[in-house]
Structure formats: structure tokens, C-alpha cells
Write a protein that binds this ligand. Structure first.
Ligand SMILES: Cc1ncc(COP(=O)(O)O)c(C=O)c1O
Length: 404
């Protein structure tokens, strides 16, 4: 009896195959639960900016009480004032963007879903970087699409392997996703690689989706040879994603956006279709859109606080790495996470389990992000500095103990 018939015979509906997930907690989640049950932990996995003691993001919530948010005016791609506020953010940074090219969604994740609906039919595939953000498989699968990996090269600072990317383009490939800067490596796409990807995509009739949710947190100035935003004149249809969840440390406000770039006819056709997709859901709340100009006015203070936090934690980490020479921190350009390479005398997962269960420190293993070098830990740089300092000190102490 196949799974569907068995489900029917138990009085359950035949659930879709795309929701056929294995949901049992894995060994790391179970260890974290056990560590938490034993007492307070130092959580260096926390990337939710609303729970790490930042003062500035909380100041946004009262802005949602403006009367303008009380009146519902369904506008599929977003309220004109909100679309203009987003376009002007890009213009301030020197990009030529008009509000007509902006589509507002409830989050960047939703923007991904809309892009995949726009670009791919069920059974098609989108190329995604690896190592990277682990939600792609879910986002793609929920649209009936396959997320097929292309490699970033750790030995070259996680540079995109463009030749391999090109080899992996098949008859059902519809889009190339870049994460810029990437999560968790914090690395940017090089300018020459970006140009090459644009060329390949245009020649092969593919779109590019550039996830730039962490771009405001690149440590300035951007080193020569690395690309800033993918927004701008492009040969291929290019959908650039951003949102409040990272840029204003406010995932709970639920607002993301897509900037549609590329040749005018493709941009026009994409926006027409995106408008129907968005109109089907009308998922973005009016109060957050009405408040967007005021939210953006607070953005510099929010980002300054977050950058200060990240810089302080990075300095702590570099100090610890310097006095623990078996640890290494691969170079990165920005973002909210740091990689730390640990000696391979233990399995990567064993480091994670021992840190959690023996030392009350929670960190993620690199393999959660498809980083399969066997010895990388992923640390959240937005953790409270005292938690980060104590957690990384305990990591160094464990390293000393293991190495004798
Ligand atoms: C690289 C990247 N893109 C997108 C998202 C999702 O952002 P949102 O909260 O806007 O859906 C995340 C969330 O962690 C992320 O790390």
C-alpha cells in the first residue's frame, strides 16, 4: 500500500507530497533541549533581533498607530507612499530606482515564493548557492520547484564557482539565486562574477534572484572588486530582495520587497504578473506600509546599534581566535554570523554536542548550512556581548581541554 492509500485507510486525507517532511527533532535539537532543561544556556544561535536586548528596533512599534493605517486601500504591489519610500532608499545610495519597479510583500520569504511562482512551473528548478541559508529547500518545494545547489568555493573565500554554476544549468532551470552577502559566510559576490552570472542568465533565458537582506550590514567600505547591490542596469531579468526583518531588525513587522531590474519589456511583463500574484493574497498589512517612511527615518539609528553589536562581538571573537591558534575565522564581508573553524580531532557535531551538554553553549554546526568541511561552527554575532564573550571563552576552554 503506498503512503497515500495508507493515509486514506486511516481516515486521514492524502496530504500533498510537498509537505511530506521528516519533522522529528534531530540530535542537535534534542541536545539543545536537554541543555536548556538543565539550566540557563549561552545561546549563540539566536538570530532573532527582537530578543537580544537591542533598544532601537522596539521604538518602531508605536509608529504603527498612525491613523493612516486605519483605512484599507487594497494595492496589490503596495501603497504608493511605501513603494516610493523603498525606491528613495535606493536612490539615496545612488541607484536609479522608481517606485513602479517595487513590489511589496509580507517578508523576503514571501518574495521568494512570488519569484518562484513567477518564474517556474512545478518540476522546474532554481539554482541556489551552497553553503547557504537552509530555507531554500522549503521555499522551493512549497512552490513545487526543486532547489538545485551550485557551489561556493571555501578555498577562494566562498567565491561563486561560476563555471560549475553554468554546467549545472539544465533544461528545466529557470533562475539563479545569489545571496549577497551570503548567510552564514557573510561573503559578497565579486563584481566580475556578478557580471558573468548576468551574462549567462541573459544568454540562457534565466532570471537572477539576488537576496540582499544583509547588504546594509556589510562592513564599509566594500572592498574593490566586490559588487554592491545587484540593483541597476542588468541584461537578465533580476529580482532584488530586501526587507525590514534585517534592515530594520524587525521581522515581526512583516514587510519585504522586490526591486525588479533588467530590460524594460521583461521588467514590465514581470511586474504585471507579480501584481496578479500579489493581488491574490494582499498579504501586507496597511499599518506597516503607512508607517514605512517613519520606519526608514529610524533605520540609521537601528543599524548603528546593530553594527556596534556585531563589531564588538567580532572583536571578541578575533581576540579569542588570536590566543587560540588552532581556531580560525574565515574572512567575511558582513552579515550577522561568523564562522569558526575548530580542530578536526572531534567530529563537528561532537563539538556542538559537548559545548551544549558540558558547557551550556549553543552554536550551530556548519552542516546545518551545507558547509561540509567537517569542522565549522556558526555563531550569531547579534548575541548580547556578555553572552557572546562568555560563550566563546567556553569554546576556547573546551578546545584547550580536548587538545590537552
Ligand atoms: C539570507 C536570508 N534571506 C531571507 C531571509 C528571510 O527574511 P524574512 O524574514 O524577510 O522572510 C533570511 C532570514 O533569516 C535570510 O537569512
Amino acid at each position: 500500500m503506498d503512503e497515500r492509500s495508507r493515509a486514506n485507510s486511516l481516515g486521514s486525507p492524502a496530504f500533498s507530497r510537498r509537505t511530506d517532511w521528516h519533522l522529528e527533532p534531530g540530535v542537535v535539537s534534542r541536545a539543545f533541549a536537554e541543555a536548556r532543561a538543565r539550566g540557563p544556556v549561552l545561546d549563540l544561535t539566536e538570530t532573532n533581533p527582537t530578543v537580544v536586548g537591542l533598544a532601537q528596533p522596539a521604538k518602531l512599534v508605536p509608529l504603527l498607530a498612525d491613523d493612516a493605517g486605519a483605512r484599507y486601500e487594497p494595492a496589490a504591489l503596495g501603497l504608493p507612499s511605501a513603494r516610493e519610500a523603498i525606491a528613495s532608499l535606493y536612490r539615496v545610495d545612488g541607484y536609479d530606482v522608481t517606485s513602479a519597479r517595487i513590489a511589496i510583500s509580507a517578508s523576503t520569504s514571501e518574495a521568494y515564493a512570488w519569484c518562484f511562482k513567477l518564474l517556474a512551473d512545478p518540476g522546474d528548478e532554481v539554482l541556489v548557492p551552497t553553503p547557504s541559508y537552509p530555507l531554500f529547500d522549503y521555499l522551493a518545494r512549497l512552490e513545487g520547484v526543486r532547489a538545485a545547489p551550485y557551489p561556493l568555493l571555501p578555498e577562494e573565500g566562498f567565491r561563486v564557482d561560476v563555471a560549475e554554476l553554468e554546467r549545472r544549468i539544465g533544461p528545466t532551470t529557470r533562475a539563479i539565486v545569489v545571496v549577497h552577502p551570503n548567510n552564514p559566510t557573510g561573503t559578497l559576490v565579486r563584481e566580475d562574477d556578478a557580471a558573468h552570472i548576468d551574462e549567462i542568465a541573459a544568454a540562457r533565458g534565466l532570471a537572477v534572484v539576488s537576496d540582499e537582506v544583509f547588504l546594509d550590514f556589510v562592513r564599509a567600505p566594500i572592498p574593490a572588486g566586490l559588487r554592491a547591490s545587484f540593483v541597476g542596469p542588468r541584461a537578465a531579468l533580476t529580482l532584488v530582495l530586501g526587507g525590514l526583518s534585517k534592515s530594520c531588525c524587525s521581522p515581526q513587522l512583516k514587510l519585504g520587497w522586490t526591486v525588479v531590474c533588467g530590460p524594460d519589456p521583461a521588467v514590465g511583463a514581470a511586474l504585471e504578473r507579480l501584481e496578479v500574484i500579489a493581488d491574490t493574497y494582499l498579504s501586507v498589512s496597511t499599518p506597516v506600509q503607512a508607517a514605512l517612511p517613519a520606519i526608514f527615518a529610524a533605520r540609521p539609528a537601528i543599524q548603528a546599534e546593530l553594527r556596534g553589536r556585531v563589531d564588538e562581538n567580532l572583536a571578541t571573537l578575533d581576540e579569542i581566535v588570536e590566543r587560540t591558534p588552532v581556531l580560525r575565522r574565515p574572512a567575511s564581508h558582513g552579515g550577522w554570523t561568523a564562522l569558526v573553524q575548530v580542530p578536526r580531532v572531534l567530529e563537528e557535531e561532537t563539538w556542538v554536542l559537548r559545548l551544549a551538554l558540558e558547557h551550556g553553549v549553543l552554536v550551530q554546526p556548519g552542516y546545518f548550512f551545507d558547509l561540509h568541511d567537517g569542522g565549522t561552527l556558526v555563531l550569531s554575532l547579534i548575541s548580547p556581548p556578555d553572552v557572546f564573550r562568555e560563550g566563546t571563552n567556553r569554546l576556547a576552554a573546551l578546545v584547550h581541554r580536548v587538545l590537552g
